[in-house]
Design a protein around this ligand. Structure first.
Ligand SMILES: CC(C)(COP(=O)(O)OP(=O)(O)OC[C@H]1O[C@@H](n2cnc3c(N)ncnc32)[C@H](O)[C@@H]1OP(=O)(O)O)[C@@H](O)C(=O)NCCC(=O)NCCS
Length: 203
């Protein structure tokens, strides 16, 4: 593959590639075009940011998206990594991942990248990603000990003294959370059978 004939572009500066990008992703993970386009149109300089690989014939042949991880501001989450089917195995996926790693480090000044996968663990392992505990890309929920030990922060999870009742019976437990769509999304992310991986950008 001649990498010099390829460009990696931030999708929001090239809306003419939106439809092609939508089709590329939907070939792999079918979804309504409206929903997919809305998600792609959210791309911006601040996260989420969609990157595309475009060849010299103006064909979109790769995509990936960076989204924030609210509970780990020094990292971001890579998702929807996809290379056009007939061009896989030619190092385009590695090329795109290396590009966004440089971008995360040098433009966004991040220290880590996280992702989750089911089936592509070897591809990411070859790029230096290692398995870690699940992270949530929703809200500010922080699962216990989710950061690798070398990056653990000292956090004080204890209840502030002034909010702790000093006498009397303990309060009753809260009722179970209603099973809304949002809650089930959060739980399925954290408890999913996907493999979570991360990479240090300090090299
Ligand atoms: C996963 C994907 C992005 C990889 O892109 P690619 O351009 O085909 O990968 P590369 O050519 O850069 O591969 C780099 C190395 O990883 C290996 N590799 C790639 N995909 C692999 C896989 N699924 N399992 C094991 N190894 C894999 C390659 O053999 C190569 O190994 P080598 O260095 O020993 O030769 C691409 O296959 C794809 O779009 N898959 C479908 C969508 C998908 O599953 N995305 C990931 C979502 S988490």
């Amino acid at each position: 593959m001649e990498f010099e004939n390829l460009s990696v572009l931030l999708l929001h500066y090239y809306p003419e590639y939106l439809k092609q990008c939508c089709d590329l992703i939907n070939e792999e993970w079918p979804r309504s075009e409206t929903a997919r386009m809305m998600s792609l149109q959210a791309s911006c300089d601040a996260l989420p940011t969609s990157f595309i690989i475009v060849d010299d014939k103006k064909l979109v042949i790769g995509h990936c998206k960076l989204t924030p991880i609210p509970s780990i501001p020094e990292s971001c989450f890579v998702e929807t990594v996809v290379i056009k089917k007939n061009l896989r195995g030619k190092r385009l996926g590695s090329y795109l991942m290396r590009y966004i790693e440089d971008y995360c480090k040098n433009v966004l000044h991040l220290k880590m990248i996280h992702l989750s996968t089911k089936g592509q663990e070897d591809f990411y392992a070859k790029l230096g990603y290692t398995v870690c505990k699940p992270v949530s890309i929703y809200g500010t929920y922080v699962p216990n000990n989710f950061i690798p030990e070398s990056h653990s922060h000292k956090t004080d999870n204890s209840v502030p003294q002034e909010n702790t009742p000093s006498t009397g019976a303990p309060p009753p437990p809260p009722p179970p959370m209603p099973k809304t769509g949002l809650n089930s999304n959060i739980n399925s992310n954290i408890k999913s059978n996907k493999t979570f991986m991360y990479k240090d950008l300090i090299w």
